[in-house]
Design a protein around this ligand. Sequence first.
Ligand code: ADP
Ligand code: MG
Length: 240
Amino acid sequence: MINVNGLSKMFGKNEVLKDISVSIDPGEVVVVIGPSGSGKSTFLRSLNLLETPTAGDILIDNHSITGKKVDIQAFRKEIGMVFQHFHLFPHMTVLENITYAPIKVKGLTKSEAEELGKELLSKVGLVEKADEYPNRLSGGQKQRVAIARALAMNPKIMLFDEPTSALDPEMVKEVLDVMKSLAHTGMTMIIVTHEMGFAKEVADRVLFLDDGQLVEDEDPQVFFSNPSSKRAQDFLQKVL
Ligand code: ADP
Ligand code: MG
């Protein structure tokens, strides 16, 4: 579903992604792990063309997204993204946050979008918050709304960039639980996270990035118990 070939990204003279190649199958749940500054966010943002690669190619469903003729807006509809800091629209209710893009971009009627929105809110356990404004929600609730909002576009792929890093500890589980149930529906997911327990339990694969390089692409059981590189061993020693 996703083929990354020789992806490099420079910011000025700083090469933050170095010749990364990886393929991800439909329905795979891939966790991306690595030290701060190793290029995890830039990698994820490249998949959504929030960053333009300096070199290399990215294919989604065998279509290059890095060519000149790509319709970026059309392509982005296929990929949902969830950020560390939620990015909800503060002046819209929870339900309006979710229905906005389906109405604007997909041309759903208001009532179709609201039906969809309520269905998604019930999936993330928040139907009763449909008419609240984001500032009345906890962090965990905001993030679950952000997930529902991304799902409302019916994406083929969901990208998560440290979705629980800004949350108080007691709210981490409710968000991970929503992600876990999404994984069980067969969604293709790429998740940058420091939640090693979640990675062990839910991921099909772990990508370990260090200094812009893809150092390991491993089965989680192997990665966590017996990483082959010294760099991953050192990293795991610090975080586990
Ligand atoms: P991570 O998510 O693993 O912490 P990032 O992908 O955010 O790492 O950053 C990788 C490197 O790229 C860092 O050195 C960071 O300072 C640099 N970087 C990220 N975004 C930009 C940008 N827009 N302009 C310049 N440098 C950037
Ligand atoms: Mg990051």
